[in-house]
Write a protein that binds this ligand. Structure first.
Ligand code: ADP
Ligand code: MG
Length: 297
Protein backbone atom coordinates (compact mmCIF):
# COMPACT_ATOMS: atom_id res chain seq x y z
CA UNK A 1 0.00 0.00 0.00
CA UNK A 2 1.23 3.49 -0.70
CA UNK A 3 1.53 5.40 2.56
CA UNK A 4 0.33 8.60 0.83
CA UNK A 5 -3.19 7.28 0.23
CA UNK A 6 -3.38 5.96 3.77
CA UNK A 7 -2.24 9.30 5.13
CA UNK A 8 -4.87 11.06 3.03
CA UNK A 9 -7.43 8.60 4.46
CA UNK A 10 -6.24 9.40 7.96
CA UNK A 11 -6.65 13.12 7.31
CA UNK A 12 -10.13 12.58 5.88
CA UNK A 13 -10.97 10.57 9.02
CA UNK A 14 -10.08 13.54 11.21
CA UNK A 15 -12.51 15.68 9.18
CA UNK A 16 -15.22 13.09 9.80
CA UNK A 17 -14.56 13.09 13.54
CA UNK A 18 -12.61 9.82 13.49
CA UNK A 19 -9.17 9.81 15.09
CA UNK A 20 -7.00 7.04 13.65
CA UNK A 21 -3.97 5.80 15.64
CA UNK A 22 -1.88 4.98 12.59
CA UNK A 23 -2.40 4.76 8.83
CA UNK A 24 -2.10 0.95 8.94
CA UNK A 25 -5.32 0.77 10.98
CA UNK A 26 -7.30 1.39 7.79
CA UNK A 27 -6.04 -1.98 6.47
CA UNK A 28 -7.66 -4.05 9.23
CA UNK A 29 -10.85 -1.99 9.10
CA UNK A 30 -11.48 -3.16 5.56
CA UNK A 31 -11.67 -6.87 6.45
CA UNK A 32 -14.06 -6.59 9.39
CA UNK A 33 -17.22 -8.74 9.10
CA UNK A 34 -18.57 -8.65 12.66
CA UNK A 35 -19.09 -5.59 14.83
CA UNK A 36 -19.57 -6.03 18.56
CA UNK A 37 -21.32 -3.12 20.27
CA UNK A 38 -21.16 -2.44 23.99
CA UNK A 39 -24.56 -1.37 25.26
CA UNK A 40 -24.21 1.24 27.98
CA UNK A 41 -22.65 4.47 26.75
CA UNK A 42 -22.16 3.10 23.24
CA UNK A 43 -25.59 2.14 21.87
CA UNK A 44 -27.34 4.02 24.68
CA UNK A 45 -26.50 7.52 25.92
CA UNK A 46 -25.26 6.14 29.23
CA UNK A 47 -26.98 9.08 30.88
CA UNK A 48 -29.23 7.24 33.23
CA UNK A 49 -31.82 8.52 35.63
CA UNK A 50 -32.86 7.14 38.97
CA UNK A 51 -36.50 6.24 38.31
CA UNK A 52 -37.55 3.88 41.13
CA UNK A 53 -36.56 3.50 44.78
CA UNK A 54 -37.57 0.41 46.77
CA UNK A 55 -36.52 -0.01 50.40
CA UNK A 56 -36.88 -3.10 52.56
CA UNK A 57 -39.23 -2.97 55.57
CA UNK A 58 -37.79 -0.83 58.38
CA UNK A 59 -35.20 0.92 56.21
CA UNK A 60 -35.16 4.71 56.24
CA UNK A 61 -35.17 5.93 52.63
CA UNK A 62 -33.22 9.11 53.41
CA UNK A 63 -30.45 7.19 55.17
CA UNK A 64 -30.32 4.69 52.29
CA UNK A 65 -30.04 7.50 49.71
CA UNK A 66 -27.28 9.20 51.73
CA UNK A 67 -25.21 6.01 51.90
CA UNK A 68 -25.88 4.87 48.34
CA UNK A 69 -25.46 8.37 46.88
CA UNK A 70 -22.19 8.94 48.73
CA UNK A 71 -20.71 5.65 47.57
CA UNK A 72 -21.79 6.06 43.94
CA UNK A 73 -20.49 9.63 43.98
CA UNK A 74 -17.00 8.09 44.01
CA UNK A 75 -17.60 5.97 40.89
CA UNK A 76 -17.56 7.03 37.24
CA UNK A 77 -20.07 4.45 36.05
CA UNK A 78 -23.23 5.79 34.32
CA UNK A 79 -25.36 3.95 36.91
CA UNK A 80 -23.34 5.60 39.67
CA UNK A 81 -23.87 9.07 38.20
CA UNK A 82 -27.65 8.46 38.11
CA UNK A 83 -27.75 7.23 41.71
CA UNK A 84 -25.58 10.06 43.05
CA UNK A 85 -27.57 12.73 41.19
CA UNK A 86 -30.93 11.18 42.14
CA UNK A 87 -29.87 10.96 45.78
CA UNK A 88 -28.61 14.54 45.91
CA UNK A 89 -31.87 15.81 44.41
CA UNK A 90 -33.80 14.09 47.17
CA UNK A 91 -31.60 14.43 50.27
CA UNK A 92 -29.18 17.29 49.52
CA UNK A 93 -25.45 17.11 50.31
CA UNK A 94 -23.94 13.66 50.54
CA UNK A 95 -21.41 12.44 53.12
CA UNK A 96 -17.81 11.62 52.17
CA UNK A 97 -16.71 8.08 51.43
CA UNK A 98 -14.06 6.72 53.76
CA UNK A 99 -13.01 3.80 51.59
CA UNK A 100 -13.91 2.98 48.05
CA UNK A 101 -13.32 0.19 45.58
CA UNK A 102 -14.71 -0.48 42.18
CA UNK A 103 -15.75 -4.08 41.45
CA UNK A 104 -15.48 -3.97 37.67
CA UNK A 105 -18.72 -4.92 35.93
CA UNK A 106 -20.35 -5.80 39.24
CA UNK A 107 -20.66 -2.71 41.36
CA UNK A 108 -18.93 -0.71 44.06
CA UNK A 109 -18.09 -1.07 47.73
CA UNK A 110 -16.91 1.29 50.42
CA UNK A 111 -17.38 2.75 53.86
CA UNK A 112 -19.80 5.63 54.48
CA UNK A 113 -20.78 7.00 57.91
CA UNK A 114 -19.11 3.94 59.44
CA UNK A 115 -21.17 1.45 57.41
CA UNK A 116 -19.71 -1.07 54.95
CA UNK A 117 -21.83 -0.39 51.87
CA UNK A 118 -22.13 -2.48 48.70
CA UNK A 119 -24.06 -1.55 45.56
CA UNK A 120 -24.33 -3.62 42.42
CA UNK A 121 -26.00 -6.36 40.55
CA UNK A 122 -27.92 -9.04 42.40
CA UNK A 123 -25.26 -11.63 41.58
CA UNK A 124 -22.78 -9.51 43.53
CA UNK A 125 -25.03 -9.23 46.57
CA UNK A 126 -25.62 -12.96 46.48
CA UNK A 127 -21.87 -13.58 46.39
CA UNK A 128 -21.73 -11.70 49.68
CA UNK A 129 -24.54 -14.03 50.84
CA UNK A 130 -27.04 -11.23 50.90
CA UNK A 131 -30.00 -12.41 48.85
CA UNK A 132 -32.70 -9.79 48.23
CA UNK A 133 -35.78 -10.08 50.47
CA UNK A 134 -38.88 -11.18 48.46
CA UNK A 135 -40.43 -7.69 48.01
CA UNK A 136 -37.14 -6.31 46.68
CA UNK A 137 -36.63 -9.36 44.48
CA UNK A 138 -40.07 -8.72 42.94
CA UNK A 139 -39.26 -5.04 42.36
CA UNK A 140 -36.08 -6.12 40.62
CA UNK A 141 -37.68 -8.65 38.27
CA UNK A 142 -40.53 -6.27 37.41
CA UNK A 143 -38.07 -3.48 36.54
CA UNK A 144 -35.87 -5.79 34.47
CA UNK A 145 -38.86 -7.17 32.57
CA UNK A 146 -39.62 -3.56 31.64
CA UNK A 147 -36.09 -3.20 30.25
CA UNK A 148 -34.71 -1.18 33.15
CA UNK A 149 -31.58 -1.80 35.19
CA UNK A 150 -32.00 -2.66 38.86
CA UNK A 151 -29.13 -2.62 41.36
CA UNK A 152 -29.16 -3.76 44.95
CA UNK A 153 -27.95 -1.74 47.95
CA UNK A 154 -26.61 -3.55 50.99
CA UNK A 155 -24.86 -2.42 54.14
CA UNK A 156 -23.55 -4.11 57.24
CA UNK A 157 -24.32 -7.51 55.77
CA UNK A 158 -27.96 -6.97 54.72
CA UNK A 159 -29.64 -6.19 51.40
CA UNK A 160 -31.76 -3.08 52.06
CA UNK A 161 -32.87 -1.49 48.83
CA UNK A 162 -33.27 -1.84 45.09
CA UNK A 163 -32.61 1.19 42.90
CA UNK A 164 -33.85 1.25 39.34
CA UNK A 165 -32.16 3.33 36.67
CA UNK A 166 -33.24 3.83 33.09
CA UNK A 167 -31.15 4.76 30.10
CA UNK A 168 -32.19 5.74 26.58
CA UNK A 169 -30.93 4.53 23.23
CA UNK A 170 -29.05 7.26 21.31
CA UNK A 171 -31.23 8.67 18.55
CA UNK A 172 -28.62 7.71 15.91
CA UNK A 173 -28.00 4.09 17.01
CA UNK A 174 -30.76 2.38 15.00
CA UNK A 175 -29.70 4.15 11.81
CA UNK A 176 -26.06 3.19 12.42
CA UNK A 177 -26.99 -0.48 12.95
CA UNK A 178 -28.98 -0.51 9.70
CA UNK A 179 -26.03 1.03 7.83
CA UNK A 180 -23.55 -1.43 9.35
CA UNK A 181 -25.77 -4.24 8.12
CA UNK A 182 -25.86 -2.71 4.62
CA UNK A 183 -22.05 -2.74 4.66
CA UNK A 184 -22.30 -6.50 5.18
CA UNK A 185 -21.38 -6.54 8.88
CA UNK A 186 -23.15 -8.58 11.54
CA UNK A 187 -23.95 -6.40 14.60
CA UNK A 188 -23.65 -8.08 18.00
CA UNK A 189 -24.78 -6.52 21.30
CA UNK A 190 -22.49 -7.25 24.27
CA UNK A 191 -23.27 -6.13 27.80
CA UNK A 192 -22.76 -6.76 31.47
CA UNK A 193 -26.35 -5.74 32.04
CA UNK A 194 -29.19 -8.22 32.42
CA UNK A 195 -30.73 -10.15 29.51
CA UNK A 196 -34.14 -8.44 29.63
CA UNK A 197 -32.61 -4.97 29.32
CA UNK A 198 -30.28 -6.20 26.58
CA UNK A 199 -33.19 -7.67 24.63
CA UNK A 200 -35.19 -4.43 24.83
CA UNK A 201 -32.25 -2.39 23.54
CA UNK A 202 -31.39 -4.91 20.78
CA UNK A 203 -34.98 -4.87 19.52
CA UNK A 204 -35.08 -1.09 19.59
CA UNK A 205 -31.97 -0.70 17.41
CA UNK A 206 -32.52 -3.67 15.10
CA UNK A 207 -30.00 -6.20 16.40
CA UNK A 208 -31.18 -9.82 16.12
CA UNK A 209 -32.04 -11.33 19.50
CA UNK A 210 -30.45 -14.74 18.78
CA UNK A 211 -27.85 -16.11 21.25
CA UNK A 212 -25.13 -15.42 18.67
CA UNK A 213 -25.91 -11.70 18.43
CA UNK A 214 -27.26 -10.84 21.87
CA UNK A 215 -24.75 -11.54 24.63
CA UNK A 216 -25.74 -10.29 28.10
CA UNK A 217 -24.64 -10.60 31.75
CA UNK A 218 -21.02 -10.85 30.68
CA UNK A 219 -18.35 -9.92 33.22
CA UNK A 220 -15.67 -7.45 32.04
CA UNK A 221 -12.97 -10.12 31.88
CA UNK A 222 -15.30 -12.32 29.84
CA UNK A 223 -15.93 -9.62 27.23
CA UNK A 224 -12.43 -10.42 25.89
CA UNK A 225 -13.35 -14.11 25.70
CA UNK A 226 -16.41 -13.28 23.60
CA UNK A 227 -14.14 -11.48 21.12
CA UNK A 228 -11.64 -14.38 21.14
CA UNK A 229 -14.42 -16.90 20.56
CA UNK A 230 -15.72 -14.97 17.54
CA UNK A 231 -12.16 -14.75 16.19
CA UNK A 232 -11.71 -18.50 16.72
CA UNK A 233 -14.81 -18.98 14.57
CA UNK A 234 -12.93 -17.16 11.80
CA UNK A 235 -14.65 -13.80 12.17
CA UNK A 236 -12.78 -10.53 11.78
CA UNK A 237 -14.09 -8.54 14.68
CA UNK A 238 -14.53 -4.85 15.36
CA UNK A 239 -15.54 -3.82 18.86
CA UNK A 240 -17.05 -0.47 19.84
CA UNK A 241 -16.98 0.49 23.51
CA UNK A 242 -16.61 3.31 25.98
CA UNK A 243 -15.94 1.91 29.44
CA UNK A 244 -12.94 0.86 31.47
CA UNK A 245 -14.54 -2.59 31.39
CA UNK A 246 -14.40 -2.62 27.57
CA UNK A 247 -10.66 -1.91 27.30
CA UNK A 248 -9.35 -5.51 27.14
CA UNK A 249 -11.98 -6.43 24.52
CA UNK A 250 -11.16 -3.30 22.52
CA UNK A 251 -7.47 -4.28 22.53
CA UNK A 252 -8.24 -7.90 21.59
CA UNK A 253 -10.54 -7.02 18.68
CA UNK A 254 -9.07 -6.83 15.18
CA UNK A 255 -10.29 -3.26 15.24
CA UNK A 256 -11.08 -1.38 18.45
CA UNK A 257 -13.27 1.71 18.24
CA UNK A 258 -13.70 3.91 21.31
CA UNK A 259 -16.40 6.44 21.90
CA UNK A 260 -14.74 9.86 22.28
CA UNK A 261 -17.23 10.50 25.06
CA UNK A 262 -15.93 7.44 26.92
CA UNK A 263 -13.09 6.77 29.32
CA UNK A 264 -9.42 7.43 28.55
CA UNK A 265 -8.65 3.76 29.18
CA UNK A 266 -11.02 2.71 26.38
CA UNK A 267 -9.57 5.33 24.04
CA UNK A 268 -6.00 4.17 24.75
CA UNK A 269 -6.92 0.54 24.06
CA UNK A 270 -8.48 1.36 20.69
CA UNK A 271 -7.30 1.87 17.11
CA UNK A 272 -9.92 4.48 16.32
CA UNK A 273 -11.76 7.10 18.35
CA UNK A 274 -15.23 8.26 17.32
CA UNK A 275 -14.90 11.81 18.59
CA UNK A 276 -18.59 12.70 18.90
CA UNK A 277 -19.61 9.38 20.41
CA UNK A 278 -22.00 8.80 17.51
CA UNK A 279 -22.16 5.19 16.29
CA UNK A 280 -22.66 6.43 12.72
CA UNK A 281 -18.99 7.43 12.75
CA UNK A 282 -18.18 3.68 12.87
CA UNK A 283 -20.01 3.39 9.55
CA UNK A 284 -17.99 6.33 8.18
CA UNK A 285 -14.75 4.70 9.36
CA UNK A 286 -15.46 1.44 7.55
CA UNK A 287 -16.58 3.23 4.37
CA UNK A 288 -13.49 5.43 4.51
CA UNK A 289 -11.07 2.52 4.80
CA UNK A 290 -12.75 0.64 1.95
CA UNK A 291 -12.58 3.73 -0.26
CA UNK A 292 -8.99 4.51 0.73
CA UNK A 293 -7.80 1.00 -0.01
CA UNK A 294 -9.73 0.88 -3.29
CA UNK A 295 -7.69 3.92 -4.38
CA UNK A 296 -4.49 2.01 -3.65
CA UNK A 297 -5.40 -1.23 -5.38
P1 ADP B 1 -22.11 -2.49 30.22
O1 ADP B 1 -21.42 -3.71 29.74
O2 ADP B 1 -23.54 -2.44 29.70
O3 ADP B 1 -21.38 -1.21 29.89
P2 ADP B 1 -21.05 -2.83 32.95
O4 ADP B 1 -20.22 -4.02 32.62
O5 ADP B 1 -20.34 -1.54 33.15
O6 ADP B 1 -22.25 -2.62 31.84
O7 ADP B 1 -21.90 -3.13 34.28
C1 ADP B 1 -22.57 -4.36 34.40
C2 ADP B 1 -23.49 -4.36 35.60
O8 ADP B 1 -22.73 -4.23 36.81
C3 ADP B 1 -24.47 -3.21 35.63
O9 ADP B 1 -25.62 -3.46 34.86
C4 ADP B 1 -24.77 -3.13 37.14
O10 ADP B 1 -25.70 -4.11 37.50
C5 ADP B 1 -23.43 -3.46 37.79
N1 ADP B 1 -22.65 -2.25 38.11
C6 ADP B 1 -21.47 -1.87 37.56
N2 ADP B 1 -21.01 -0.73 38.12
C7 ADP B 1 -21.95 -0.33 39.02
C8 ADP B 1 -22.07 0.78 39.92
N3 ADP B 1 -21.16 1.75 40.00
N4 ADP B 1 -23.18 0.82 40.70
C9 ADP B 1 -24.11 -0.14 40.64
N5 ADP B 1 -24.05 -1.20 39.81
C10 ADP B 1 -22.99 -1.32 39.02
MG1 MG C 1 -20.23 0.78 28.46
Amino acid sequence: ATPTALLVGTGRGAQLGILIKGPEVLESTRRVDTIVLDKTGTVTTGRMNLVEIHVAAGVDETEMLRLAGALENASEHPIAAAVARGARERVGDLPDVEQFSNLEGLGVQGVVDGHAVLIGRAALLEKWSQPLPPDLATARTTAEAAGRTAVGVAWDGKARAVLVVADVVKPTSAQAVAQLRRLGLTPVLLTGDNAAVARTVATEVGIETSPATLIAEVLPADKVDVIRRLQAEGKVVAMVGDGVNDAPALAQADLGLAMGTGTDVAIEASDLTLVRGDLRAAVDAIRLSRRTLATIR
